[in-house]
Design a binder for this molecule. Structure first.
Ligand code: SF4
Length: 322
């Protein structure tokens, strides 16, 4: 395997909250707990799991949009968490994010042209006519006309706004795109178009992706490798084809069985994911999945499973495979 573009080791992010009435008490929400993975140059790596599993928090923490509590993040060997000032600015240029909600990530009073040209000016890439020409070319690359430069965000549909969000992420010529549920706010009919744009960009520009999604069918189509997160931890990781078709971890199996597969021979009612994710403020002892696990054993509620390397690549944290 080639030298990783991004390496994340032991990433942790807890949130301290005051809750309760009339006597509020302090609780610690363990949103991300010891998350580790790498992304190779040109690779698309998926982080999947139900809402609240910590995948978006992990993505934001490694970009330092929120500061992690512990862990190590390196980008081409450079320490991301120790970077300050000009060094951090240069790193941010290389790692850009596409948000779930394109509308809230755009300033409603700022024209699209201004939104695309501003980062170029701030980072000293281009100004004036050159910046405008670059912005027009970016719009064209995501399938929008140059005339969009002088319009405001509210004049566009959800799918068009997400294309603008993608164009803006490209203004600084990044190598890595963190796509945080990039199509989940869009109509199903529009999702495929935006995903195709992302896939074409990946091929044309050799981009790497961290693709955060709750939608396994999207990740199956887009990603090379995938990690499944549960309650702030990665419970299984490996080649997307293997993990999503033939998962080892009971939670990953549950996700797979609840995900629609484009196979007419398997039509029918999809099984539901049983139960709800427990609170990250009070995770169950042992294996955090044991209250929902159909294969739980006595040991599961007492001892946390160790990480075991899987024969097809990657690994799994489950006593069934320890
Ligand atoms: Fe289920 Fe036990 Fe494996 Fe956890 S360790 S996933 S409870 S079998």
């Amino acid at each position: 395997m080639s030298e990783p573009l991004l390496s994340v080791q032991g990433l942790r992010k807890h949130f301290v909250q005051r809750k309760g009435f009339p006597r509020p008490r302090t609780i610690v929400v363990r949103a991300v707990e010891d998350v580790s993975f790498t992304i190779a140059p040109g690779e698309a790596f998926g982080l999947v799991g139900e809402s609240g599993c910590g995948k978006s928090t992990a993505a934001r923490a490694l970009l330092r949009l929120i500061e992690p509590d512990a862990g190590q993040v390196t980008y081409r060997g450079q320490d991301v968490l120790a970077a300050r000032g000009a060094e951090l600015k240069a790193l941010r240029r290389k790692m850009q994010i596409v948000f779930q909600d394109p509308y809230s990530s755009l300033d409603p009073r700022q024209t699209i042209g201004s939104a695309l040209m501003e980062p170029m000016r701030v980072h000293g890439i281009a100004t004036g006519r050159e910046a405008r020409a670059r912005a027009a070319a970016l719009l064209e690359e995501v399938g929008l006309p140059a005339a969009a430069l002088d319009r405001l965000p509210h004049e566009f549909s959800g799918g068009q706004r997400q294309r603008i969000g993608v164009a803006r992420a490209l203004t600084l010529e990044p190598e890595l795109i963190v796509a945080d549920e990039p199509v989940s706010a869009l109509d199903v009919s529009v999702q495929a178009q935006v995903l195709l744009v992302l896939k074409q960009l990946r091929a044309r520009r050799g981009l790497s992706f961290l693709f955060v999604s709750h939608d396994l069918s999207v990740v199956r189509w887009f990603c090379d490798r995938v990690a499944v997160m549960y309650l702030g931890r990665i419970v299984e990781e490996g080649p997307a084809g293997r993990v999503l078709a033939d998962p080892l971890h009971p939670y990953a199996k549950m996700l797979r069985d609840a995900s629609p597969v484009p196979d007419p021979t398997r039509r029918g009612v999809l099984p539901r994911i049983v139960g709800e994710i427990p609170s990250a403020a009070n995770p169950p002892p042992g294996c955090p999945f044991h209250p929902r696990c159909p294969q739980a054993m006595d040991v599961c509620s007492k001892v946390a499973p160790r990480w075991t390397v899987a024969s097809g690549g990657g690994g799994v944290a489950c006593h069934l495979h320890g």
